[in-house]
Design a protein around this ligand. Sequence first.
Ligand code: S6P
Length: 598
Amino acid sequence: MDDLKSCYELSLPVTEKCNAISRDIDRANGKQMVQILRRCDAEIFEKKINDDSFQQTLYSSSVIQTMVDVAKRVEMILRDPEESLIVLSGCGTSGRIAFLLVTSFNEMLKAQNQKQICLYIIAGGDRALLTSQEAPEDDPALGALTLDKVCAGKKRVLFIGISCGMSAPFVAGQLDFCLKHLDVFTPVLLGFNPVHMARSEPMQNCSFHFKDVAERMTAEQRQKKAFVLNPVLGAEAISGSSRMKGGSATKIILETILLAGHESAFRGKITMPECITARITTNEMVYETTYSHSDELAALIHKAGESLQMKAHVYYIGWHTLGVIGLTDASECIPTYGADFDDIRGFINNGFSEMKNKEGDLSSLGPQFVIGHKDFVDTILPTLSQNDMILFLFSVNDDLHEVTALADQVRRRTSNLHAIAHDLEKLTVPKRVCNMFKTVLHLTWSFTSEEVNSFVMRQRWELSTKWCLNAISTGAHVLKGKVYMNYMIDLRVTNSKLYRRAINILQRFTGCAKSECERALLRAIYSTDDLSEDMTSADVWKHTDAANRRDQVVPTALVMIQCGCTLAEARHHLDCHPVIRDAVSACFSSSKNKSTVD
Ligand code: S6P
């Protein structure tokens, strides 16, 4: 059985594998969790992953050279912006990072009176910036159509398709579209698996799959007509959760490329591999500095975990792009941990006018889209309890009067108020401001005079805040018992990638054949012990549509297989153990006892 399990693990792409470092994260306390996450994130910058010298990593010369090549394309477009575009596109977290990078880069261009030529696409549109819209990810035609629309009439487009797992059909459709129009488009694929591990399952109404596209891209790279940027980062701390390392590396790589292209176009600095390497090293220092505050980070994880365990809430109150980082982290908890939208919520100063998203104010779409500080004051503050944790996210460059005024209002209702604050050696956040918070993760940065007041500084604060919030929200859900070992077992099976992951998890834990695991999953999805022919022969997209309306499908299937029981018995078992980690442990120990007796 163990052989079967390890064979199956070997067959998974890197981004879906289980990371040995975090295998026991579900039993760790806050401090241990920070150390585990620190070691997992360190792999982003490692020269060799698992002693495998064949896999290219972020610092590999081939990766750096591709970054140089893409930066040159950025430069060309910036020098001749008429009828040109740079488009960044992705699904879920990858789309949210695309949004953040594009809005910041356009702001920078605007500040320098340059044409704003960057555009983002996120599968599911702007509502996906704040909520989970997993189904559009499966639609390659929708991806191509959206790209075609935004690029109408352009003569030159640099298209960067982000799919950490090299799996999203939405992005595959776009890359295929670019490959068919290489006279206009230069496509770039950014992901974190070797090409042979790109997804090779059929896609909706489509004759090719992701791996086909990745291979065609690799072939075109020889003539520099397309580029594949795919360093390996090692497995995620929570298996498959690409919002973590995948999201951070996406930000590091694309910011580096955009800035290098910008410096060449407007400051005459020729992009050399050394400049790219130096920029990555600076991000590595951001990583070091952030994790050097491990005690405060552990304290914040502990506080957030306490709030979630008491069924209370965590609120991120952020300023400017740190607010965007907060909103992003909060929205990812919904698909990742099956969380309710108000378990962890983000707010930003001035709401949508600060977001600068394409579709503007979305607040009429429902409570999930109510995101301004004023909304927080009007709707949340009056009912705030001592169990709710409030976390301010700001820097010394933000309006500190506004920060203190809001902190003052919150303190009148609760003392459970904390902060992540960034400042500079020569310009620190005053003590009286820090004293308003129970815990302050206070990060003081040293920047060269050239960097101060530049976008670079803000980008590092964003990355550092992302690492902190990823640790806090992951840690809090682990403490709530949502994770078994380092697997998020109770995932929502809302698209084909997650359907495949669900079967993988069942195989991993039961050692049973794929067909048996899939059958159990379908029984849980269609809520029956007797699957009809219609059910078993339906498309994956039918299954995911049905699964969207059901709770606990993977835990139910797991208990059914492990205990050899009916659907009703499995559901009863889960009802008796509201904490998923306990439910799964109990199921394994009862089936172990049974087999010993047998
Ligand atoms: C991952 C997150 C998802 C992914 C999305 C795109 O933690 O919950 O929303 O970002 O599925 O994945 P990928 O591999 O195409 O970037």
